[in-house]
Design a protein around this ligand. Sequence first.
Ligand SMILES: [Zn+2]
Length: 332
Amino acid sequence: MGIHSNGRVLHTVNRNLRSILEELRNIHGIFASLERTCTKRSNYDRPPPLPARSWSPNNIKCRKLDLTHRFIRDAPKFPLGSLGSGLENLVYFNVTTLSEQYYGDMWLEARKIEFYEHQGTHIDAPLHFGNGRQSLEQIPPERLYGPGVVIDVRDKVKVNPDYAVTVDDILEHEREHGKIPPNAIVNMNSGWANKYPDARLVFGTANVTDPSSFHFPGWSPEACEMLLQKRQINVLGVDTPSIDPAQPPIYPCHMYLQPNNVPLMEYVANLDSIPVRNTTIVLGAMKVRDGTGGPTRVFAFIDEEHDDMTDSVETIYPWVYLIFIMLCCLYM
Ligand SMILES: [Zn+2]
């Protein structure tokens, strides 16, 4: 066959394909209009599926980790009654189910939850210890995220549960990992998160209503001053009940940082599972008018190229493949 006859054949095939496509479109149109006219949709039908998402959290090319404990009724609570506040018999947590039933064919489930602001993984708004300072709704969004830093004092806390993180601990961390960048979210990892939510373990005492018997670690006032004045941190966090260590039961870190408008984070979870640098930490804090604090969902986004904590999983596989290929070559 010559070039011309080849061209004719292609032209015919092309024309046939076009008419088949045309037929298919017609059939599809008939079915679509039949569906529209025949299907009587109830108001409660599920809506049609949405087109494929162009964005999903999985598109962020890094590991994500939740630094939040579960928010539950039995989460440990600082005994406010111990301050002579008349709150000895305070009910800190109360759930009322408002609806848990069908109305016709509509399901409605809703609850009213009353809770203490400083319970579970939570933020302390500057207002908490700083008279007239920012409430939850007044904290600017740019204050609620920043480069994550974890100061690991687990070894020191094993020897002394009342340990207070020092300026030297920060400098030692910086010698190994570089200077703490401005706007950082700096956390103490004392290994305390494993004790949550058992109040006796978290407060380090059998007498959970008496702060003079408490034992848990926190920050020293000198370290707080350095982090604010010399490193301009955004937020200071701990995996324990308080930024201030339990002993002695006074609160110099709260009383210095909060009047300076620094939000704090307490009961942070999973600090063992993120690298001490090269993360971004985000606080999903509630925006409550006059709020002094509140349950907060805390996330860490871990830079993939610096994520040394997945080595055990991800770098083993290439070796397995390599050994497999070598074995195949040997037997071929
Ligand atoms: Zn608090």
